[in-house]
Design a protein around this ligand. Structure first.
Ligand code: HEM
Length: 218
């Protein structure tokens, strides 16, 4: 156990844990997105997918693993930020902003809090039915009922812009931390990170926009 504390206490240990957990979380986001795209296909198909997940005996273990990854990624990243900030309270932003920083990298802490707030509300509403008028409705109905509300649909689209910005920097940064840093491959990984972020955030955001503003949730 001591080696784990020493590892997490070291600067490189924190970076590796945050980067690896972040990449595993990207691995969750993609199947979650593909499952949600079934909302476009139809009620029966989406509900069948939801029932499959709910009845799967592996789901509780996967949910616990997911929670652990979110906690590890979030707490270690904020802890490292806090230590950096305490070590260099004056002039840090001015110095750091000189070298090739992007909007994604400059807003990482803000987008992290935005995604965290989004996730808490999202799981409370969609998984546990918080704020829903019904409690035994099928999941398709629950999602559509929420997205009929333009404030919720708009809030989702906004939070997903935050997720896109977070991923656009996080993806590339994780590879750098893990040592994949080469003049030949780094530009390619940067472009891949931006494409990944735009595709994931854009496809997720298409769901509330379609449901609320394009008549999907009639
Ligand atoms: C329009 C976009 C989205 C829709 C329609 C959607 C839909 C859903 C639904 C219906 C559930 C409940 C599943 C169940 O009870 O079996 C759920 C759970 C969840 N969603 Fe989303 N989701 C969206 C975006 C996101 C994003 C962007 C993230 C992550 C950044 C995310 C993370 C989660 C998590 C962590 C859970 C809880 C998983 C569990 O414990 O089973 N979702 N989502």
């Amino acid at each position: 156990m001591r080696w784990l504390c020493d590892f997490l206490n070291s600067s490189i240990g924190k970076k590796i844990s945050v980067g690896l957990a972040g990449l595993f979380l990207c691995g969750f986001v993609v199947p979650h997105l593909l499952g949600n795209l079934l909302l476009f296909v139809g009620m029966a198909q989406f509900n069948a997918y939801a029932h499959f997940l709910q009845a799967n005996p592996l789901t509780p273990a996967a949910e616990l693993g997911l929670l652990a990854l979110f906690l590890l990624h979030g707490t270690v990243a904020l802890w490292a930020r806090w230590q950096n900030w305490r070590a260099r309270p004056v002039g840090y932003d001015t110095v750091a902003s000189k070298g090739g920083r992007t909007i994604g990298s400059r807003t990482m802490t803000y987008t992290a809090f935005l995604v965290l707030a989004f996730l808490i509300l999202h799981v409370a509403m969609f998984k546990y039915g918080w704020g829903s008028a019904f409690h035994d409705e099928e999941l398709f109905q629950r999602v559509m009922d929420f997205f009929r509300n333009p404030w919720i649909a708009g809030g989702y689209a906004l939070a997903l812009i935050g997720l896109g910005l977070h991923l656009s920097h996080g993806f590339e940064s994780a590879f750098q931390t893990l040592g994949v840093n080469h003049p030949k491959y780094t530009p390619f990984i940067k472009v891949l990170g931006v494409l990944f972020a735009v595709a994931v955030a854009g496809a997720f955001a298409a769901i509330p926009i379609w449901a609320c503003f394009l008549g999907g949730a009639k």
